[in-house]
Design a protein around this ligand. Structure first.
Ligand SMILES: Cc1cc2nc3c(=O)[nH]c(=O)nc-3n(C[C@H](O)[C@H](O)[C@H](O)COP(=O)(O)OP(=O)(O)OC[C@H]3O[C@@H](n4cnc5c(N)ncnc54)[C@H](O)[C@@H]3O)c2cc1C
Length: 423
C-alpha cells in the first residue's frame, strides 16, 4: 500500500467520522502479505441459524475479483431449526422437515465443512479437536447457547441419531407425570406441547407470573390457556429437587415421573476455547462480548460473533434475520478496509413480537397492537415457520417476500377486525 493511499483512506475515515458521527472501529490489517491476490479466508465456527445464514450470504458475495474461501466448523453433519425441536419430539412430519444436511447446503456453494469443534482460538487461527489448524483473515463465532432441557440441545452429531434422540425424549416426556421447572417461554411451550398426554403436568415459576419475556396481558392469557389445557400452574415459588423426581415447592412436596429443567440459557464459551483471546472478549457469564457491529471486544475487528452466543441483541432467531446482512457487510468491510472507507452497519433491533405456541392447537401472540389467541398462533402452529427459516440457508430469498406479504396481510386483517369490533 503506498503512502498516498494510506493518507487518502485516513482522510476518508476521518471525514466519515465527522460527517456521520457514527462511531468507527478500525480493525487491524488482515493477515498475509499477498492479501490482494489470494482468496480471503473466512472461518465460521458454528453452523446454526446465525453461522449458516452468514456463510450462505457470504458465498453469494464470492466473485473472481474478490474471492472468498469460506470454511464452516460444526460438530454435527446437519443444521436444525431449534425452535421446532420441542414439536419435533412428538410430531413426525416436523421431525422430518426441520433439518438440512450440511452436505446438501455447503458443498454446492463451495463452502468447506469440518465436522469438529474448536479447541483453541487466537487472533490468527483456530485449532480443532480433530487436530487441524485453520488460519483465517476473518472469523465469526456463532456457537449458539446451551439449554439444560434434554432433547432441546442436540447431543447427536449425525442426523439419523438426532432423530432417534428426539423420539426417545418425546416418549419419555409422554410416559408419566411431569414437573417443568421454569415458566419462561420454553417452559410454557413444553407444558402446552405435552398437555394432551394422560398425565399430570405441573409448571413451576419462581416469579409471580409465567413468561416474563412477554407483556402482562400476554402473561395472563398464557396462564389461562395452560390452565384450560389442564396444566397445574404454580408461580412465586422455586422448585428444588430433593430426590429423584421429588421437588420441594414452598411448603409442599411434588412428585413426578419426569422432571424437566427449563431454566434458561447458558454460555457454551464459559470455560472453553477462548483462552487465547484477550480477557475482554467475554463477560462474567461467559457470553462473547460484542459491540454494535458484532465485533468481539479486544479482537481488533478480526473476530466477529453473532446469534445466541454474543451480547448484542436478544437471543432470538429474529435477531439473526434482522442483522445477518449487517454482519456480512461488516465482515467484508473489515477485509476491505485498506481500499474503502470503513463504514460499519450497526445492530438493528428485531420487531417486538412474540408468538408462543402452547401445543398444536393453541398459543398466544404478543404483538405491538394487541394479544391474540387464534389466527396468529394457529398460523405459526401450522408451519412453525420452518420453510421461512430454511429459505435463508437455502438461498431462496425470492420466496420470502410473498410469504412475508401474506403474513403481514393476515396480521393487518386481524388487527383491523379487532379494532372494528372493540368497544
Ligand atoms: C425451544 C426453542 C424455541 C425457540 N423459539 C423461538 C421463537 O419462537 N422465536 C425466535 O425468534 N427464536 C426462538 N428460539 C431461539 C432461536 O432458535 C435461536 O435464537 C437461534 O437458533 C440462534 O441461532 P444460533 O446460530 O446463534 O445458535 P444455534 O442455532 O444453537 O446454533 C449453534 C451451532 O453451533 C454449533 N456449535 C456448538 N459448539 C460449537 C463449537 N465449539 N464449535 C463449533 N460449532 C459449535 C452447534 O452444533 C450449532 O449448530 C428458540 C430456541 C429454542 C431452543
Amino acid at each position: 500500500m503506498d503512502v498516498a493511499h494510506i493518507v487518502e483512506s485516513g482522510f476518508e475515515t476521518l471525514f466519515l467520522a465527522t460527517l456521520s458521527q457514527a462511531p468507527l472501529y478500525v480493525p487491524c490489517e488482515p493477515s498475509g502479505a499477498a492479501m490482494a491476490t489470494r482468496a480471503m479466508k473466512v472461518l465460521i465456527l458454528g453452523g446454526g441459524q446465525a453461522g449458516l445464514t452468514v456463510a450462505v450470504e457470504l458465498s453469494k458475495r464470492h466473485t473472481e475479483k474478490d474471492p472468498l474461501s469460506i470454511t464452516l466448523v460444526d460438530p454435527k453433519d446437519y443444521f436444525e431449526i431449534r425452535w421446532a425441536s420441542v414439536r419435533a419430539m412428538v410430531n413426525e412430519r416436523v421431525r422430518e422437515d426441520f433439518t438440512l444436511l450440511y452436505s446438501d447446503v455447503l458443498a454446492p456453494r463451495g463452502i468447506k465443512h469440518f465436522q469438529s469443534k474448536v479447541k483453541v482460538l487466537n487472533l490468527l487461527s483456530a485449532t480443532l479437536e480433530s487436530g487441524e489448524t485453520l488460519e483465517f483473515d476473518i472469523c465469526l463465532i456463532a456457537v449458539g447457547a446451551g439449554h439444560p432441557m434434554a432433547g432441546v440441545d442436540p447431543e447427536a452429531t449425525e442426523l439419523s441419531r438426532r432423530k432417534k434422540e428426539l423420539v426417545d425424549a418425546g416418549a419419555r416426556y409422554l410416559s408419566g407425570d411431569l414437573v417443568i421447572v421454569g415458566g419462561g417461554l420454553l417452559g410454557a411451550e413444553v407444558a402446552g406441547e405435552f398437555s394432551n398426554s394422560d398425565h399430570r403436568i405441573t409448571i413451576v415459576q419462581n416469579t409471580d407470573e409465567l413468561v416474563p419475556e412477554m407483556r402482562s396481558n400476554a402473561r395472563r392469557r398464557t396462564k389461562q390457556v395452560l390452565r384450560r389445557q389442564g396444566v397445574q400452574v404454580i408461580t412465586g415459588h422455586k422448585a428444588q429437587e430433593i430426590a429423584d423426581g421429588i421437588y420441594q415447592v414452598g411448603d409442599s412436596i411434588l412428585d413426578c415421573d419426569v422432571g424437566i429443567r427449563c431454566t434458561g440459557y447458558y454460555s457454551r464459551s464459559k470455560f472453553t476455547y477462548l483462552g487465547d483471546l484477550p480477557q475482554e472478549c467475554r463477560d462474567k457469564n461467559g457470553w462473547i462480548q460484542t459491540n454494535q457491529y458484532f465485533q468481539v471486544e479486544g479482537c481488533a475487528g478480526r473476530i466477529y460473533a453473532f446469534g445466541d452466543c454474543c451480547t448484542t441483541g436478544p437471543k432470538l432467531a429474529q435477531t439473526v434475520f434482522s442483522n445477518y446482512k449487517a454482519v456480512v457487510h461488516n465482515m467484508l468491510k473489515s477485509l476491505d478496509w485498506h481500499t474503502n472507507p470503513i463504514h460499519f452497519k450497526s445492530y438493528s433491533a428485531p420487531l417486538p413480537l412474540c408468538i408462543l405456541t402452547l401445543g398444536p392447537n393453541a398459543g398466544v401472540a404478543d404483538l405491538p397492537f394487541g394479544v391474540f389467541e387464534r389466527v396468529i398462533p394457529a398460523y405459526k402452529n401450522r408451519t412453525l415457520f420452518i420453510s421461512y427459516a430454511k429459505d435463508f440457508v437455502e438461498m431462496k430469498e425470492e420466496t420470502k417476500w410473498p410469504k412475508a406479504a401474506v403474513t403481514l396481510a393476515a396480521v393487518g386483517a386481524v388487527a383491523a377486525v379487532r379494532i372494528a369490533t372493540s368497544d
